[in-house]
Design a protein around this ligand. Structure first.
Ligand code: ATP
Length: 628
């Protein structure tokens, strides 16, 4: 006979925390309809599961009934043949119930895995379409939690909650029907006993759960004190302010509180067991008593076997009743998982392909900004009235203080964000009217923070052009001035980068990403020069790789070094989100404005450093000074 513990044994899972209560979703018909829409494609398999649950739940109750007959017909009736037959039948039924249970588990797992796989794919596809602002506004951890824990929550609902509700309900109904058929008086007594057991068990469980949580909180408090006072700087503070005694008293008090709570919790656990064992033995005893009275006083035709069936079935009912009571909590948790997932599904896709999106025949990389205004959020305008044109084959350098909006400006071209006002054109067409995939294929950005996937160099390069030949890869790496580095690796192009592979410097990563852009071969090249100091060799090599590129295609350079600025046809000076000056270096340097200031504070100094370091490293022979 399975213990009456059922759900009661899992103290803690059966109750909602205050936070869960606060965030409990409103279960509306719409929500249920939506949840069931995910189950619908698998209705045939679910029907099979329901049948399997029905049969296995009913079969699992039969041994209890057969026990009664074993006693009456086999033992009391002293019929050996019947005894063996009934024993074998009982064993057979148990085996059959378990085998059907296996089939049920398989089907359940299969359905749950397929449904969650569908949901994960849908979520991933949806997230990929979200604009860049979604990823900057949301914590990566939260996004991953929705993809993993919440979808896992959904899996649990399908594998456990649904089938549990069904099998427990069926077990209860079948047990009640059998009990009433055997003897209605005993059945009634049995049913009335159940709340007598369930209510105190749940009360005791809740008390214990509250104490566990209190003890946990006290433990957290102690850990907090330890972390604060036993750290290097914490101790320094304690010592310098002479707070040793005060801190000790604080610690001792928290410690004492925890001891009290731990003892209380442990004793509550003990009392909990007393409650359970007492109440679960009251049930059978009452049935024996009432059964005995009926048999002896009222001359009922009740048999010993009948009473045994009742007791056995009663034992089988505690678990399902408890679990069904806990189901409400599981149900709320499950619905909360669904709601959180739906919340993501419902987030609008901000940047979408226009229904009549066009793909121009040619791509020259021409860009135009006309009265562009942009802000990430309402509070602060980042770009204001930006106007410029970049002709095919030309290059523009954007310079300006940190945080002035340079990166924001270029992010508007491949539509990582959309403008608030004005328009950005590519090939003379508003980017919002262009096919998004095409537009992005024509714009290549070498960003400051170069991202290489955790894979081989080859895989990283093929990301830009899946069908590139070995020669093309080598040529791109050579042009990007990084082939030497690859050549030195024993595995060559198949050397891994990232966690378990090559540790690449910022400059090396940027050169590999230049090679990647070369393979992509975009009409417009955007180069966001690293602000952080690279070593002279890296800087020189990047410069050497990027200059021919700039010369041969339409490009925008966010520049921090004079050599890069000088390579451009026009310079735009951005300050506080506005273009404040524009023109050529010579003119701007003399204008006495922002550019002059930048030149004096940043470029000239950087130039000096560059020269000095280069001279040291290269013995003054390699760098061509003519650019300066
Ligand atoms: P740097 O030279 O340091 O790279 P930048 O000129 O490229 O700076 P941007 O990165 O365009 O400057 O940033 C412009 C302003 O917009 C900054 O004040 C920055 O804090 C803010 N900003 C950038 N990205 C976001 C974002 N995703 N959400 C909100 N504000 C942002």
């Amino acid at each position: 006979m399975p213990g009456p513990m059922g759900g009661g044994g899992r103290v803690g899972r059966g109750y909602l925390t205050e936070e869960e209560k606060k965030n409990a979703p409103k279960i509306t018909p719409e929500l249920l309809k939506r949840v069931f829409s995910y189950l619908k494609p698998y209705w045939k398999q679910m029907l099979l599961v329901i049948c399997a649950i029905f049969v296995s739940s009913t079969f699992s109750l039969l041994p209890s009934v057969l026990t009664g007959r074993i006693i009456d017909e086999g033992l009391i009736g002293q019929n050996m043949g019947a005894l063996i037959r009934l024993i074998l039948l009982s064993l057979g039924v148990t085996l059959a119930a378990n085998l059907i249970g296996v089939l049920e588990s398989y089907l359940n797992t299969w359905i749950a895995q397929h449904i969650t796989c569908d949901m994960r794919n849908k979520m991933f596809a949806h997230l990929q379409k979200m604009s860049q602002s979604f990823f900057t506004a949301n914590n990566q951890g939260d996004i991953i939690t929705r993809m993993t824990s919440d979808i896992d929550g959904v899996r649990t609902v399908i594998t456990n909650t649904f089938s549990s509700i069904l099998s427990n309900a069926i077990t209860l109904i079948v047990a009640v029907v059998i009990m009433f058929q055997a003897n209605w008086v005993l059945a009634l007594v049995g049913i009335l006993i159940i709340p007598l057991f369930v209510i105190p068990t749940r009360r005791a469980g809740k008390t214990r759960w509250n104490l566990t949580r209190e003890a946990q909180a006290a433990n957290d408090e102690i850990n907090g004190i330890l972390n604060e006072t036993l750290s290097v700087s914490g101790q320094l503070l304690v010592k310098l302010f002479g707070k040793e005694e005060e801190e000790y008293q604080k610690y001792a008090k928290a410690n004492e509180k925890m001891v009290r709570l731990n003892i209380k919790e442990s004793m509550a656990g003990r009392w909990f067991r007393v409650v359970i064992t007492t109440f679960s033995s009251i049930g059978p005893m009452l049935l024996y008593l009432v059964g005995g009275i009926l048999m002896m006083q009222f001359d009922s035709d009740l048999t010993v076997g009948d009473i045994t069936i009742m007791v056995a079935l009663l034992g089988r009912m505690y678990g399902p009743v408890n679990q069904l009571l806990n189901m409400q909590v599981e149900w709320i948790r499950s619905m909360a998982s669904f709601t959180r997932i739906f919340e993501y599904y419902d987030m609008p896709i901000e940047i979408e392909n226009a229904p009549d999106a066009v793909i121009p025949k040619t791509a020259t990389g021409e860009v135009g900004f006309s009265h562009v205004a942009f802000s990430y959020n309402k509070e602060r305008q980042i770009l204001k009235d930006i106007n410029f044109e970049l002709k095919s084959g030309h290059s523009i350098a954007i310079v300006g203080p940190s945080g002035s909006g340079k990166s924001t400006l270029i992010n508007l071209i491949p539509r990582l964000y959309d403008v608030d006002e004005g328009s950005v054109t590519f090939e003379g067409i508003d980017v919002r009217k262009l096919d998004l995939a095409w537009l992005r294929s024509q714009v290549g950005i070498v960003s400051q923070e170069t991202y290489l996937f955790n894979g081989t160099i080859r895989e990283n390069l093929l990301y830009a052009k899946a069908d590139a030949t070995e020669e093309e890869l080598v040529e791109a790496l050579k042009k990007a001035n990084v082939y030497e580095l690859i050549e030195k690796q024993a595995e060559g192009l198949d050397a891994r980068v990232g966690n378990r592979g090559l540790k690449l410097s910022g400059g090396e990563k940027q050169r590999i990403s230049i090679a990647r852009i070369l393979l992509k071969n975009p009409a417009l090249l955007i180069f966001d020069e690293a602000t952080s100091a690279l070593d002279s060799i890296s800087e020189y090599k990047i410069q050497e790789a990027i200059e021919p590129l700039i010369a041969s295609r339409t490009s925008i350079l966010i520049a921090h070094r004079l050599s890069t600025i000088l390579a451009a046809d026009e310079i735009l000076v951005v300050k506080d989100g506005e273009i404040v000056e524009r023109g050529q270096h010579d003119k701007l340097v003399k204008a006495g404005g922002v550019y002059t200031e930048l030149y004096q504070t940043q470029f000239a100094k950087a130039l000096e450093n560059e020269r000095e370091r280069a001279e040291e490293l290269w013995d003054g022979t390699i760098i061509d000074d003519s650019d300066y």
